[in-house]
Every structure is written in C-alpha cells, then in structure tokens.
Write a protein that binds this ligand. Sequence first.
Ligand code: W6P
Length: 409
Amino acid sequence: ALSHDEIVTLAQVSPTPLTLQQMKTFATNGPELRLKAAAFLHKELQIRFARAIVELSELPIGLNETKAVQMAISNYTDHLEKVRAAKVPTTMEEDAEFTAMIRTMKKKGSNLVPLICGGLQQVSHTEEGRHALRLQEIQDNINNRLDTFFLSRIGIRMLIGQHSTDGGRVKLCDVQDIVREASERASALCQQYCGTPPKVIVKVAANGAAPFMYVRSHLHHMVFELLKNSMQATVELYGPKAKMRDSCTVLDTKPKMNHLSPLLGFVIPDIDHLDGVTIFPHRANSMKGELPPITVVICQGQEDLTIKISDEAGGVRRSDWHRLWYYNHTTASSEAPQTLTTGDFREHFSGGGYGLPVARLFARYFGGEITFLSSEGYGSSAFIQAHRLGKQTELVPGHTNFTLQPLKF
Ligand code: W6P
C-alpha cells in the first residue's frame, strides 16, 4: 500500500488537461488510439486520484476527520491502488478489463457530493463548527476547497466516462431538447414537493437552435438546478395553490413578502408600504390566479452558448447572492447519507444545498460560467455560459493555469 507521503508526491505531478475535441477523438478512432488513451488514463488517473486524496485530507475545521470525508478518502485510496496495481493495457482484451475496472470506480463514487456535504452539515452542527463557519473567511476557505475538490472529481469522472462510452459523452447537443427535458423534470419535482409549478416559456434565437458540442448531462444539470431554484422561489412567493385561486382580488394575490424563505433562510423585507404602486407588472397574471412564468432564452454567439433563466419570484438581495454558492447554504434539514450509495430522492429538490455550486463547476470545467443577478423586489436571472467549439481545455486543479476566478479576456 502507498504511504501518505507517496500519495502527496504523486499529487505534485502536474495533471494533463484535455480539450473537449481531444476527448472526442481519443476514444473513438480505432484500437491504436484507444490503447493510447488507456495508457494515458492509467497514468493520469493516478495523479488525479492522488490530488483528490490530498485535497480531502487537508479540509479544515475537522471536516477531514468526519466519517463522510474519511470514507471518500479511502474510496479514492482504494481506486488509486487498484489502478497502480493494474498493468497498462496493450491489447483490446486488456483494455476491456481496464475499462470495466474504472467504470466500476465511477459508479462507486457517484454519491460523493451529498456524502461530503453531509459531513459539512455535521461539522456545522457542532459548537466549534458553527462558530468557525460564522467567519466569512473560514466559510469562503471551505467553499473554495470544496469547489477545487469537486472540480477535480468532475474531471476524473469525465475522463472515465469518455473512455467507457467510446467517447460518447461529448456530442452535438440539441439545447432546446435539453431545456425541455430539464423543465419537465423540474416541474414534476416542484409539483411533488412544492406545489403547482410555474410555466416555463422558452425563447430560442435563430442562432440558438444550432447544434452545440458539449456534454449533455452537464448542460442538463445546470439548467435543471436553475429551473428548480426559480420554481421553488416562485411557488414560495405566491403560495403552492396560486393557480387554483381564481376568484381573488389584488390584495389576496399580493405576494407574501414577509416570510422566511426556506431556500435562502432569511426574511424577505416587507414592502407593504409600497402598495398602490405597480411594483409587480405580473400582478395582472396573479389576478387570474396564475404564477408568473419562468422565461428561458437560448442563444449562441461566436464564443458562447448562453442560456438565460429568469423568474419573477421577488429577487434576492445583493448582499445575499454569495450565499447561493455555499455548499451549506440551505436551511432545509437533510439527513446526511451514511453510505456511498444511499441518498434521499427528496434531496434533489430543495437540494442538500449543493446543487447551484456544483452546477457552476460544470460550467467552469470547460471554461464557462454561471452568473446570478437579481432585481431585488422583482425577480432573478441566471446566465449559463458555455464555450463553443471545444478548443477550451478542462479546468483541472493542480495544473499551472488553474484558478477558481472566472476567465479574464
Ligand atoms: C430566486 C433564488 C434563486 C436562486 C437561483 C436561481 C434563481 C433564483 N430565484 O429567487
């Protein structure tokens, strides 16, 4: 078995980021290239597993000591040692064996995000943890470290996924179809856990309909997370039965502004004194008892695909925006899963609170971004921006050009 020092040494080797295009061609162009890809992975995965272990072992305020993080560490250590012990594939049969092995590893690690966020939850419930997390410096430090680790994880899973699906994860995506599917899934969950969902209106610019090379599941995850948040905020503002109140007056349908939002955990200020002024243009909608819709715009320019998702759920005050990106921002009580494979379906709605930050990592992984903006007192907009063309390399922690800051041009 490897000592911790040996793992640290291995983690200091710089990883090799790939471009979307390289990932596409690597595993799809015949046995020769496939064996090259396998040899690359054999080396690269060891480096990336080692980094993941080091990143987890260095988590502060005792998070590294939690059962959850210890389980994650032993998971990666096991995987590192298995890859190390395997020989570099030289035939297609050996490649098949190697591929089956790493595919199993990907499956085993599929519940790691809720597991680790459960560990964070656990720490935040201790006296010291609660105290430490009240300091913004510590909260931000933990958040940056988790961003880094989860980004490493996305890269590892992407590499394994590419190799074990014959390069099938990177493909031309029908963005409109992704938005439709994400919208249906978010609406169904909203119906189940929150109340009647608002309608989703999708506007596709002519250029937005062009096929877009990306990882479908990544794009889907981003749209789905943002739609869920907009839907939840809308239903919370108007009440779960808004659609059914059809004989109500303006007063009855006035948004309930003075309540504690379980999503954000703060009290929205009472703006009753502004009554009489038309603050909400969509009040006309609510008079008919309808929820204000969520609007999605899909467009493409030379550089980016943009998906803008807007709601009229009252907005979020600017000083609270940063909290949306914390892995522990939710106030919803969620039981931490105790194993790598269990997890409550319900967590996928109000979320363990990690949906948004993870969605942003998916965008950043290939050089994109998710930006949240709000018109306080009216509603919010989020922008998903994803690079076109696929020339962008992965963002991999440990590589010299790694930064968590948005790309500067
Ligand atoms: C809100 C809060 C939020 C978070 C993320 C995306 C959209 C929205 N809308 O009110």
